[in-house]
Ligand binder design. Structure first.
Ligand SMILES: [Zn+2]
Ligand SMILES: [Zn+2]
Length: 357
């Protein structure tokens, strides 16, 4: 006889869920699986608020199954480990990002790129191996296979480290993969939100000269004085853009709104690389001339693997990189979501989960 959900999922939990397309978040009692032999269970202390959470709670991508408990920038302290767990002990600082499962056998998994596994299981709004829904870190407790958990280095504050688990790895991975991590290169960052501000910090720490490209003139002071950006390009300023044509080795484009990719390609040197990490809704318009002339690369990148996520955190610890955050309690979450929709945050909301659930 099939086991009841209570038998399979005996761990009582509470989270903040959206129940319909209004996207309004409110507390929901649910349950998680018992800690399996390769699992770690942890008390969630902080969880970052990613822009994808906002899309998810309103079903703006058409992929949401309600109720949805978002959150994939999760940090906490291990409270229980399964008998075959090797990486963690009770009391360890632990983090979980965007994925909690993958097939572990396909070429991507074998190459430590679980993020490109065709069977990857997202941290929330996915179907887990046992057929149940996954729920994210806007909740008090997580149970996860240790393979998909990472160590948060001691020197990083847990709250400001949380956003590295999605925003951080999403920009770190393409900087590495596309060879934009070499000192002396000139790297552009488009968009100065959660991802963009992390991209500036990582690219600077890798030794690049960094130029922020933005539609908002108001962000210039911010970019240069607060984040240490070398140059600022206003994308509507034809003279500025004209003077910068052909100067960049690579660009990390974090923008999810419709924008001109052609303009960005023109800013690249020959053999330069434009890497998209944002997800505009409409198809891009690119003329072949824009990439054929100059042998340019137009590419994309999606999160990062678990091994690389650990590497990114260790790099962040070495270079004192954390996200700039605004710490909030759950009772402010709906207001925070409304502000996030207007890009009114510098640069990431993080929920003080343990003190407000
Ligand atoms: Zn995210
Ligand atoms: Zn796989």
């Amino acid at each position: 006889m099939a086991k009841s959900l209570e038998e399979v999922h005996p761990v009582k939990a509470v989270g903040w869920a959206s129940r319909d397309t209004s996207g309004v978040l409110a507390p929901l009692k649910f349950s998680r699986r018992a800690t399996g032999e390769k699992d770690v269970q942890f008390k969630v202390l902080f969880c970052g608020v990613c822009h994808s959470d906002l899309h998810g709670i309103k079903n703006e991508w058409g992929m949401t199954t309600f109720p949805i408990i978002p959150g994939h920038e999760i940090v906490g302290i291990v409270t229980e480990v399964g008998s075959k767990v090797e990486k963690f002990r009770v009391g360890d600082r632990v983090g979980v990002g965007c994925l909690v499962g993958s097939c572990r056998t396909c070429p991507s998994c074998a190459n430590d790129e679980e993020n490109y596994c065709p069977k990857l299981i997202f941290t929330y709004n996915s179907t887990d191996f046992d057929g149940t829904r996954t729920y994210g870190g806007y909740s008090d407790v997580m149970v996860v296979d240790e393979h998909f958990a990472v160590h948060i280095p001691e020197s990083l504050p847990l709250d400001a480290a949380a956003p590295l688990l999605c925003a951080g790895i999403t920009v770190y991975s393409p900087l590495k993969f596309f060879g934009l991590d070499k000192p002396g290169l000139h790297v552009g960052v488009v968009g100065l939100g959660g991802l963009g501000h992390a991209a500036v910090k990582f690219a600077k720490a890798m030794g690049a000269k960094v130029t922020v490209i933005s539609t908002s003139p108001g962000k210039k002071t911010e970019a240069i004085e607060r984040l240490g950006t070398d140059e600022f390009l206003l994308s509507s300023d034809k003279a500025q853009i004209g003077a910068a044509l052909g100067t960049l080795d690579g660009i990390i484009d974090t923008v999810s709104a419709t924008h001109s990719v052609a303009q960005l390609l023109a800013l690249l040197k020959s053999s330069g690389k434009l890497v998209l990490v944002g997800l505009p809704e409409k198809p891009l318009e690119v003329h072949a001339f824009a990439i054929v002339g100059g042998r340019k690369t137009l590419a994309g990148s999606f999160m990062g693997g678990i091994k690389e996520t650990q590497e990114m955190l260790d790099f962040a610890a070495k270079h004192n990189i954390t996200a700039d955050i605004e710490l909030i309690k759950f009772d402010y979450l709906n207001e925070a979501m409304a502000r996030l929709a207007k890009a009114d945050v510098k640069y990431r909301f993080v929920i003080d989960v343990a003190n407000s659930i």
